[in-house]
Design a binder for this molecule. Structure first.
Ligand code: SF4
Length: 320
C-alpha cells in the first residue's frame, strides 16, 4: 500500500458521498499523483460501494475540471486545488464538483531555516501553493526570528492568504523587496519572479533544497522572446480548450490586431498544448491565451508570446 504524502480526506469524501446519495463518482488528480489514483479509487469503492471513474486526462490546475467525466457522474472529486472564486462552470455543475485540497503534512520549518540565509532584503513576502499554505505562519515566525519583516497578501480570486497559482501571483504584495516561495518545482517561482520583477528564494519542503530566481533575468528572457518575434510574419493564436483557460474573445481580438498590422494570424484551438503539436503548424510564432505559464514552458521548442508581449510587438503597449 502506498503511503500517502498528502491528506486525501477519505472520511470527508465518504460523508459527502452519503450526504449527496451519489452512486457514481469521478476522481481527478494532478499529474504528479497518477501513481496513487487507482489505490485511491479502490479505497473509495471499498468504503462506500459507489462506482468510481478515474479522469485519465491531464489535470494542470483549478482551471482544468474534467467536464466530460462530470457529465457521467453524480459527484466529481477534484484534488489538489481550490475553486477560482469566479467560477467558469454553471452553478449546477459547480455544485457537483467537490474540492479536496491535498494539504501536505510536511514540516516547512527545516527548509525555511536553511533558505533564510539566502534572503538579502528586510521585507520579505511569503507565499506558497495550496499544499503548504497552512504552514505560512511557521515560515513567517522563522523569518521574524532572523530579523526579517514577513508580509503576505491575498488574491481576491483565491481562498487563502499567501496562496498563489501560476496565473495569479497577486498575493505577492508590492510592499516587499524580495519573496520567499514555499513549494516544489520552478513553474511557480519563475513566474513569481517574472510577475514581481524581484528576487525569489524558492524553498522546497520535500527535498529540503532552495534555489534563487531573479526577476530581472526572467524579464530579460521574455524581452529576448519579444525581440525575436519582431521578425515573425505569421502567428498562431492559441485558444486553450480547458474550461477555465478558454478565452476566445481575447484570441479573436489579438488575431484582428495582428491582421490590422499586416501580419498573418490564425486561431488554433487546443486541449493539450505541447511543443511537438505546435511545431507542425508552420507559423513563425504563437500567441498564448491559455495558461499564462505556457510561454516559458514551451520556449525550448517554439516561440510563444503572452498576449501582453504580443501587444508590445504590435506597438500597442510599451512594456510587459
Ligand atoms: S491557468 Fe495555468 S496556472 Fe492557472 S490554474 Fe490553470 S494551469 Fe494553473
Amino acid at each position: 500500500m502506498i503511503k500517502f504524502t498528502y491528506d486525501f480526506e477519505l472520511e470527508r469524501i465518504e460523508e459527502h458521498i452519503k450526504a449527496s446519495n451519489a452512486k457514481c463518482v469521478g476522481i481527478q488528480l494532478p499529474e504528479g499523483l497518477r501513481n496513487v489514483t487507482t489505490e485511491l479509487a479502490g479505497l473509495i469503492r471499498e468504503r462506500t460501494g459507489v462506482e468510481v471513474i478515474i479522469s485519465g486526462g491531464s489535470c494542470y490546475g483549478a482551471c482544468d475540471i474534467d467536464t466530460g467525466v462530470l457529465k457521467a457522474v453524480d459527484v466529481l472529486f477534484h484534488f489538489g486545488h481550490t475553486p477560482f472564486f469566479r467560477s467558469y462552470l454553471s452553478p449546477e455543475d459547480m455544485g457537483r464538483v467537490y474540492y479536496i485540497e491535498l494539504k501536505s503534512g510536511v514540516d516547512v520549518r527545516p527548509v525555511v531555516a536553511k533558505a533564510v540565509g539566502e534572503l538579502e532584503c528586510e521585507t520579505v513576502c511569503v507565499v506558497s501553493t495550496l499544499q503548504h499554505v497552512h504552514r505560512l505562519d511557521d515560515a513567517k515566525s522563522i523569518l521574524r526570528e532572523h530579523g526579517k519583516e514577513a508580509v503576505t497578501g491575498k488574491s481576491p480570486r483565491l481562498r487563502y492568504e499567501g496562496q498563489v497559482l501560476g496565473c495569479d501571483f497577486s498575493a505577492a504584495t508590492p510592499a516587499c523587496d524580495e519573496a520567499l516561495f514555499i513549494g516544489s518545482g520552478s513553474f511557480h517561482p519563475a513566474g513569481l519572479a517574472l510577475y514581481t520583477g524581484k528576487r525569489v528564494v524558492a524553498a522546497d519542503p520535500f527535498t529540503n533544497q532552495h534555489r534563487v530566481f531573479d526577476g530581472a533575468t526572467e524579464r530579460k528572457k521574455r524581452y529576448a522572446a519579444i525581440a525575436r518575434a519582431y521578425d515573425a510574419k505569421s502567428f498562431g493564436i492559441i485558444v486553450g480548450m480547458k474550461t477555465g483557460q478558454f478565452n476566445m474573445r481575447e484570441a479573436k481580438r489579438l488575431m484582428n490586431s495582428a491582421i490590422d498590422a499586416g501580419l498573418r494570424a490564425y486561431l488554433i484551438a487546443m486541449n493539450e498544448i505541447t511543443g511537438d503539436r505546435l511545431l507542425g503548424y508552420g507559423v513563425d510564432a504563437f500567441v498564448n491565451t491559455a495558461c499564462p505559464r505556457l510561454a516559458e514552458d514551451l520556449s525550448a521548442e517554439v516561440l510563444v508570446l503572452s498576449a501582453r508581449e504580443f501587444e508590445v510587438v504590435l506597438g500597442l503597449r510599451d512594456m510587459i
